[in-house]
Design a protein around this ligand. Structure first.
Ligand code: UDX
Length: 435
C-alpha cells in the first residue's frame, strides 16, 4: 500500500482484517515511527482496534523494496490534491509508478485507490509499457470511505467498483474482497474512474440543492427540516444528504466537484450544474456572517464563539472546513473569534483564540455559532451558557438544535432555513395513520 494517510491506512488495515498480508509504505518518517509504535496518527473511530488486532499481518515501512517484494497487488493511495488550475496534481502517483523496480516477479497488479481524473489509468498503462513493465496489470478500484465511519464503510460497502484493462486482473482484485457482502460493479478503467467523481459530485449537488431550498425557506417561512423529510421519503429520492447547513467541506467533495468540472472543461464540455453547485457552497459558508449581522449589526469588536472547527463531526480533519472561511470572514469584519473543537486543531488560523471547553468559548460572547454538529453541542442551550454569554444568541449552522426548545431556554435562535415556527415532527404520526 503506497500511502499511509486516511485512505491507505484504513484500506490497508481492513485488508489485513480480511486476512491479507499488508505492507504500508509512507514517505513521512514520523508517521511510520508512530504506526510502528502502535499509535494512529489520525482520528478515525475503530481504526486503532483493527490495526491492533492485525499487528502480525501489518507492516509499516519507508522502504519501497519492502512493499514490492513479492507483492501481488500494489495499491496506490497517495494524495491527489487540486492544483491552482483545478486539475488534480498527480505527481505523487507518478513518483510511485516511476519508483517501481524494473524487475517485478509474477504478475503484480497496480491498483489505483487515489481519486484520479478519467484517463489516468490509460496514462499509467502507457508509462508502465514504456518502461517494459507490460506484465504488470492495472486496475481502478475507487474508495468510498467517509471520514469518521471509514472502517465501517470498508467492511459494509454499498458496492465495490473494479475497472480493469484485463478481466483476470479485475477478478483478482474482486477476490481480495472475499468476506464482504456487496454488489460488485465490473467495468472498464475509465468508467470506474468516473464513478468516483460522479458519486461525489452528485452528493455535493444534493447538499447545494437542499441549501438553496433552505435559503428559500428563510424567505418564505418554511422549515427546511420538514421539507427535507417530506422530500426524502419519496423512495426515488431517499433521505440521505439532505441536511441543510453551512455547506460541504472535507478532502473529497470540494476537490472532486472541481476535478469533474475541470475534466469536463478540458474535454470541451462546460459542466454548468457543477459550477452552480460550487458557487452555492461558497456563498453558503458566508451566510452565517450575514445572519450574525442581521442580529448584531456591525461585527466590529463583537465576540463570536465558533463551536466546532472540523469539517464534520468524528474527525479532526480541517481540510476545506467551512470554519476556515467563516473564521476569516469574521476576523475581517473586525470580530474577536474564540473557537472550540474537541479534536481538531486549526494550526494555521492566526488571530483565532482557542478555548478548552464550550463554556470558555461562549463566555462573554455576543453570539455562538454552531459550525460542526458535535454531539457535545446538542445540549448547548443551558442556563449556564445563557448566563455566560454577553448576548444569548445562537446561530445554528447545522440545524442541530430544536428551535422551539432553544427559544424557550431564553436564546435568540437562528438555524439555516428554519425561520420561525419550526416544530419537532411527531414521530408517531405514521402509526396514527395505520390505526
Ligand atoms: C465523502 C464521501 O461521503 C465518501 O464516499 C468519499 O469517498 C469521500 O468524501 P467525507 O468527505 O468524509 O466523505 O464526508 P461526508 O460525510 O460525505 O460529508 C462531506 C461534507 O458534506 C461534510 O462537510 C458534511 O458536513 C457535508 N454534508 C453532508 C452536508 O452539509 N449535508 C449532508 O446532508 C451531508
Amino acid at each position: 500500500m503506497f500511502g499511509g494517510g486516511y485512505v491507505g491506512l484504513v484500506t490497508g488495515a481492513c485488508f489485513a482484517d480480511l486476512g491479507h498480508d499488508v505492507v504500508i509504505r509512507d514517505v513521512v518518517p514520523e508517521r511510520i515511527e508512530q504506526l510502528r509504535a502502535g499509535e494512529i496518527p489520525i482520528y478515525e473511530p475503530g481504526l486503532e482496534q483493527v490495526v491492533e488486532r492485525n499487528r502480525e499481518r501489518l507492516q509499516f515501512t519507508l522502504e519501497i523494496d519492502e512493499v514490492v517484494d513479492d507483492a501481488e497487488f500494489l495499491y496506490i493511495a497517495v494524495g491527489t490534491p487540486p492544483t491552482p488550475s483545478g486539475d488534480a496534481d498527480l505527481h505523487y502517483v507518478w513518483t510511485v509508478i516511476d519508483q517501481l523496480p524494473q524487475e517485478l516477479p509474477g504478475r503484480p497488479v497496480v491498483v489505483m485507490k487515489s481519486t484520479v481524473p478519467v484517463g489516468t489509468g490509460e496514462a499509467v498503462r502507457r508509462r508502465l509499457d514504456a518502461r517494459g513493465l507490460t506484465h504488470v496489470g492495472y486496475v481502478s478500484n475507487p474508495e468510498f470511505l467517509a471520514e469518521g465511519s471509514a472502517v465501517r464503510d470498508f467492511m459494509n460497502p454499498d458496492r465495490i467498483v473494479v475497472g480493469s484493462f484485463d478481466p483476470d486482473d479485475g477478478e483478482r482484485v474482486v477476490g481480495l474482497h472475499r468476506g464482504l457482502e456487496t454488489e460488485v460493479v465490473r467495468t472498464d478503467v475509465q468508467s470506474a474512474e468516473l464513478v468516483k467523481l460522479a458519486a461525489n459530485a452528485f452528493l455535493s449537488t444534493r447538499i447545494s440543492f437542499i441549501n438553496e431550498i433552505a435559503n428559500v425557506c428563510d424567505l418564505v417561512g418554511a422549515d427546511v427540516v420538514d421539507v427535507a423529510k417530506g422530500v426524502g421519503l419519496d423512495h426515488r429520492l431517499g433521505p440521505h444528504f439532505l441536511k441543510a447547513g453551512i455547506g460541504f467541506g472535507g478532502s473529497c467533495f470540494p476537490k472532486d466537484v472541481t476535478a469533474l468540472k475541470q475534466l469536463a472543461g478540458n474535454s470541451g464540455y462546460q459542466f454548468m450544474l457543477l459550477q452552480a453547485v460550487w458557487e452555492v457552497n461558497e456563498l453558503q459558508k458566508r451566510r452565517v456572517v450575514q445572519k450574525l449581522q442581521k442580529h448584531l449589526g456591525s461585527l466590529h469588536g463583537k465576540r463570536i464563539a465558533l463551536l466546532g472547527l472540523a469539517f464534520k463531526p468524528n474527525t479532526d480533519d480541517m481540510r476545506e472546513a467551512p470554519s476556515r472561511v467563516i473564521a476569516y470572514r469574521l476576523l475581517s469584519e473586525g470580530a474577536e473569534v474564540r473557537a472550540w473543537d474537541p479534536v481538531a486543531h486549526p494550526g494555521d488560523l492566526p488571530g483565532i483564540e482557542l478555548a478548552e471547553t464550550v463554556l470558555d468559548a461562549v463566555r462573554g460572547a455576543d453570539a455562538a455559532v454552531i459550525v460542526t454538529e458535535w454531539p457535545e453541542l446538542a445540549t448547548l442551550p443551558t442556563p449556564e451558557v445563557r448566563e455566560a454569554m454577553a448576548q444569548p444568541l445562537i446561530i445554528d449552522g447545522r440545524n442541530l438544535l430544536d428551535p422551539v426548545a432553544a427559544r424557550e431556554a431564553g436564546f435568540a435562535y437562528e438555524g439555516i432555513g428554519r425561520p420561525r415556527h419550526a416544530t419537532t415532527p411527531n414521530p408517531s404520526h405514521r402509526e396514527e395513520l395505520r390505526t
